[in-house]
Design a protein around this ligand. Structure first.
Ligand code: GLA
Length: 740
């Protein structure tokens, strides 16, 4: 998959080609990324143009058509004739951060070396490692590129080694930079806020620099560490899309620069605003990995590429490709106000409804009856649970359900035994008062003693009872990122050291407790990223459980992350976050479109609703292999006016289509949904059809099966299915086809 000929590396599989050129024996240029080429013979050579004010390096003073400012580079530095945004900056002992990286050697390795301490893709492939040495031999950079036979994703990262004999300080170290020859792109990114994560934004590349970033010590609700450059004519099904997804859970930055000569540079990696790293001689620094994804088949092609890559080359553990249990979580049912009896009553009801896992959320430990206290005190509150977690877990298991708990190990409260014993364990700046978020303080995970405490506390909890599932939360983001253990000139290492500490803890606990299904969370989706998915194969997508809001949140999340990794729960109506009243069928189908559960007091549901829930639960059990493990396609533009969504899930047995319409409108054309990716010659038999139920109409789904009809794949793809017009707001439809 990787060849080296005529000073060019050509990385090639059936999905894409990527070409790197060594120019003038030492500069590493980016020459091509896109559809697979048989060979790269340079049909569009770099043009020799004398560009004013683009300077020459000393060795080429008289060659005015050559400047680093005008050539496409693999890993550029600023201030050395390139004036565009840099991929890295390394401060040398004399105070400069100007350097020059020259090609030195390369290696092609079978497979993929692991990245020390960091989440990264794995599983086959071939890796090109290029060694670049600073012209004054102060340091060395290794650029790593892994190509997999079965994936359209290229994994890139960089490693810095202090190969000189003086201390250096890395001020900036991107995971990757890519130069594109033109700027005819739309940028697609996912922005949001707490309870409003990952809204899709698409806008034209404009001259200047556009940045998405987080300084929060978490990938954040506000911007997802994902960015795509799509050709303006790219649709869900056609056109070229180039995307970058960072496999990292902390502060990040992704910048797109459209510069003077009409080219575009993309740089993605750690956020230099909150990062630096000192390297003593012989020490090394590894950047996080970025998943570069080329799709020639539009945005669905991009999403499917990420879904497949993350599921097959990133998710780990015994649950990675197992269908996930249908859970009920007590958070929106009881908040902090529960006792053993209440939880057992939920378990009784859950059993009756056919649910499979009961999750005890926040409030079971210390003296935690509200969010003011007890984080860090990981021992059971026996006033609420007189028989402990073990007693409760046994009761839940007796009912044939699995048992899960909530923890938030990275935090403490002033009102806690932990804080009273170790006030210096939190992130804080000496002499300044620490800041709070939800009354809590962040433990300094860059410290080994803090990590040991957390590991010990979690080991005790996880082995104190038969626990099948753990929801790992993080309910505030970082301020005062200062560690009492680090010297002054290393304080900007705190955030990244915290992440390495977190990953170390997660690595150990997930390895020691392989039978626990872990779900991550940060006030919903404040840390929904590919980094965390390496340790925990699913994430609570959002604290917003309103079905209408969830359409947009799940559409955005699905753009870059697998369906099986997103948790969604049916909650009560009116909804607790936005007060909206929606029919049970819509709440259910929206949650069924990913990894499904319930989060309401199911004991208080009417008998009619309960019987409806039983029907849906049975249905989801039958459909979930296709939904969670099948191929996902958006049949309509991901967030079409925020009013209509159409999602298809397919495997070789079933094709499921869901269609949602938020508000009903008069005088609209009949909506035809054209199915995608079917086999034209196969027969597909429509086995189930759920038209929407009108608001306030009681009873189970109106009809769940009807006269079976069979169609060839070509007709379903090219003529499509017509959506029956039913006048109601919050309409949710589902069709299930079985493949011949
Ligand atoms: C966060 C989570 C919620 C719930 C609460 C408990 O906000 O996202 O689902 O677990 O914490 O405090």
């Amino acid at each position: 998959m990787i060849s080296f000929e005529n000073q060019r590396f050509h990385l090639r599989n059936k999905f894409f080609s990527y070409v790197i050129e060594i120019s003038r024996g030492k500069y590493l240029l980016h020459r091509y990324w896109g559809r697979t080429l048989k060979e790269f013979r340079d049909s569009a050579p770099l043009q020799k143009i004398d560009r004013g004010f683009s300077g020459q390096l000393a060795d080429f003073e008289n060659e005015r058509t050559f400047s680093l400012d005008v050539v496409p580079q693999e890993y550029p530095v600023q201030g050395h004739t390139d004036f565009r945004i840099p991929a890295y900056k390394v401060e040398l002992e004399n105070g400069t951060n100007i350097s020059e990286l020259n090609f030195s050697s390369y290696k092609i390795i079978d497979g993929k070396p692991a990245l020390k301490g960091l989440p990264a893709s794995f599983g086959g492939g071939q890796t090109l490692e290029i060694e670049l040495v600073d012209a004054c031999k102060n340091f060395t950079v290794y650029l790593s590129y892994t190509i997999f036979e079965d994936s359209q994703v290229l994994a890139r990262s960089a490693k810095f080694v202090n190969s000189g004999n003086k201390k250096i300080k890395i001020q900036n170290a991107a995971s990757a930079a890519i130069d594109f020859a033109d700027n005819n792109f739309d940028i697609i990114n996912l922005y949001g806020g707490h309870a409003a994560e990952r809204t899709i934004q698409r806008h034209k590349v404009q001259r200047g620099i556009f940045e998405i970033s987080s300084t929060r010590g978490a990938s954040s609700h506000q911007q997802s560490p994902f960015i795509a450059l799509a050709r303006p004519d790219a649709t869900e099904f056609t056109g070229e899309v180039y995307a970058a997804g960072l496999i990292y859970s902390g502060s990040f930055s992704a910048k797109v620069e459209a510069e003077q000569f009409g080219t575009t540079r993309l740089v993605i990696g750690l956020n230099p605003d909150v990062f630096s790293w000192t390297l003593e001689p012989n020490e090394e620094f590894q950047t996080p990995e970025v998943a570069l994804n080329f799709s020639a088949d539009g945005l669905n092609g991009m999403s499917q590429g990420y879904h497949q890559f993350y599921r097959e080359h990133l998710l780990r553990g015994k649950f990675k490709d197992k269908v996930r249990p249908i859970l009920v979580n007590n958070w929106e049912a009881t908040y902090f106000d529960f006792n053993e009896e209440k939880i057992i009553s939920l378990a009784d009801c859950a059993k009756d409804l056919g649910l499979e896992l009961l999750v005890l959320d926040d409030g079971w430990f210390g003296k935690r009856n509200d969010d003011n206290s007890s984080l860090g005190d990981w021992f059971v509150n026996t006033e609420k649970l007189p028989h402990g977690l073990k007693g409760l877990a046994d009761e839940v298991h007796k009912r044939g359900l699995k048992f899960g708990i909530w923890v938030e190990p990275e935090m403490t409260n002033v009102e806690s035994e932990l804080y009273r014993a170790h006030p210096d364990w939190i992130l804080h700046v000496p002499n300044y008062k620490p800041s709070y978020g939800r009354h809590q303080l962040i433990l300094d995970l860059s410290r080994a003693d803090v990590r040991e405490y957390i590991l010990d506390a979690m080991r005790k909890v996880f082995s104190s009872a038969p626990i099948d599932y753990v929801k790992w939360d993080m309910n505030r983001h970082m301020t005062e990122s200062f560690s009492a253990k680090l010297p002054a000139d290393r304080q900007l290492e705190t955030q990244h050291r915290y992440m390495l500490g977190l990953y170390e803890i997660m690595e150990k606990l997930t390895a020691e407790f392989p039978d626990i299904l872990f779900e991550s969370c940060s006030g919903g989706g404040g840390r929904f990223d590919a980094g965390i998915l390496y340790y925990m194969p699913q994430t609570w997508t959002s604290d917003n459980t309103d079905a209408v809001c969830r359409l947009s949140i799940q559409a955005g999340t699905g753009l870059a992350f697998p369906i099986i990794s997103q948790g969604a729960h049916v909650s009560v109506t009116p909804n607790h976050q936005v007060g909206r009243v929606t029919p049970l069928q819509m709440r259910t189908l929206v949650a069924m479109a990913v990894t499904f559960g319930y989060e309401l007091d199911i004991t208080k549901m009417s008998d009619v609703d309960k019987s409806e829930v039983k029907t849906y639960v049975e249905l989801y059990k039958e459909l979930r292999p296709t939904i969670q493990l099948g191929k996902f396609t958006r049949l309509l533009t991901a967030d079409k006016d925020g009013n209509e969504y159409a999602w298809q899930f397919a495997d070789d047995k079933k094709v499921i289509v869901m269609y949602f319409k938020v508000l009903s409108k008069p005088a609209e054309p009949v909506r035809i949904l054209k199915l995608a990716g079917l086999d034209a010659d196969k027969l597909y038999t429509m086995k189930k059809y759920l038209p929407p139920k009108k608001l306030g109409v009681d009873g189970g789904p109106q009809k769940i099966s009807f006269d079976e009809k069979s169609f060839y794949g070509d007709e379903l793809m090219y003529s499509g299915i017509a959506v029956e017009k039913i006048e109601t707001d919050f309409a949710a439809y589902m069709w299930v086809f079985e493949v011949e």
